[in-house]
Design a protein around this ligand. Structure first.
Ligand code: SF4
Ligand code: SF4
Length: 241
């Protein structure tokens, strides 16, 4: 099966599963499955991040998001991968009470490698990073596949909340960095993976501005931290085409 078809099949089974528990509005369901051809990319700059918010022009509605935790913790139930920045590595080493980085890396992490499509489908980047194991016995074959994270407790909270990896703070945003006049420009958009019930429709983008304000700092800092991580050899990226 071609990669894009496989991805659509995975998203469909995820959102069908999600629809059993949550009311997923039809336009949002269709958007996940690439069935809308009226999507307009609306950009809004908040602090140092340019957000790309979809607007469904036939309905004249924006697709916005708000986290439904504590009623929902689906992203931790179906965690695909937890790549660590250098800052995460040092924070988690202390949080999990290891005396040395070497011991922490040996016991708690593994190497993940995956291909990431460019935001506009024009190139693919191969990324290798140190990842926090989502379960103690995690195998290479499980990399990228949904697994219940071992740090999720019975009440739906994260057992390592104040030390959790930067990537956990970002979902369902995806972000990337570009250089403009030799200055970093950070972009962010929603990931429609079929695992988050927090998307909703709204006439006005104003409803989401407080959320974007909050996430702009997390997203900007995460991108800077990832950049340092790659530069200092704690991870690697290669453009393959
Ligand atoms: S899946 Fe979405 S709504 Fe649920 S906890 Fe995660 S981010 Fe929040
Ligand atoms: S580390 Fe915490 S926030 Fe991140 S996936 Fe695991 S339980 Fe969720």
């Amino acid at each position: 099966m071609p990669e894009s078809q496989e991805s659509t099949t995975t998203i469909k089974s995820s959102i069908d599963e999600l629809s059993k528990k949550w009311n997923i509005e039809k336009p949002i369901y269709d958007l996940h499955l690439g069935r809308r051809n009226d999507v307009i990319d609306t950009t809004v700059k908040v602090n140092q991040v340019i957000f790309h918010i979809p607007k469904l022009s036939n309905n004249d509605l924006f697709v916005l998001w708000n986290c439904l935790w504590p009623d929902c913790h689906n992203c931790c139930e179906k965690q695909g991968r937890l790549p660590l920045t250098k800052d995460d590595i040092y924070t988690l080493k202390n949080k999990l009470n290891y005396n040395s980085i070497t011991e922490f890396l040996d016991k708690e992490t593994k190497i993940s490698s995956w291909n990431e499509p460019g935001s506009f489908g024009n190139l693919i980047t191969h990324i290798s990073m140190i990842s926090l194991k989502r379960k103690v016995t995690e195998t290479d074959e499980e990399d990228g596949k949904p697994v219940k994270c071992r740090f999720l407790d019975d009440q739906g909270s994260c057992k390592i909340q104040d030390g959790k990896p930067g990537v956990c703070w970002l979902y369902p945003f995806a972000s990337w960095m570009e250089s403009y006049n030799s200055r970093p420009l950070v972009h962010a958009t929603f990931q429609f993976t079929g695992d988050c019930p927090g998307f909703y429709l709204s006439k006005t983008i104003d409803d989401v501005l407080p959320v974007l304000n909050d996430y702009s700092f997390k997203i900007y800092n995460y991108n800077m931290s990832t950049n340092r991580t790659i530069r200092e050899g704690f991870g690697a990226t290669n453009i393959i085409y």
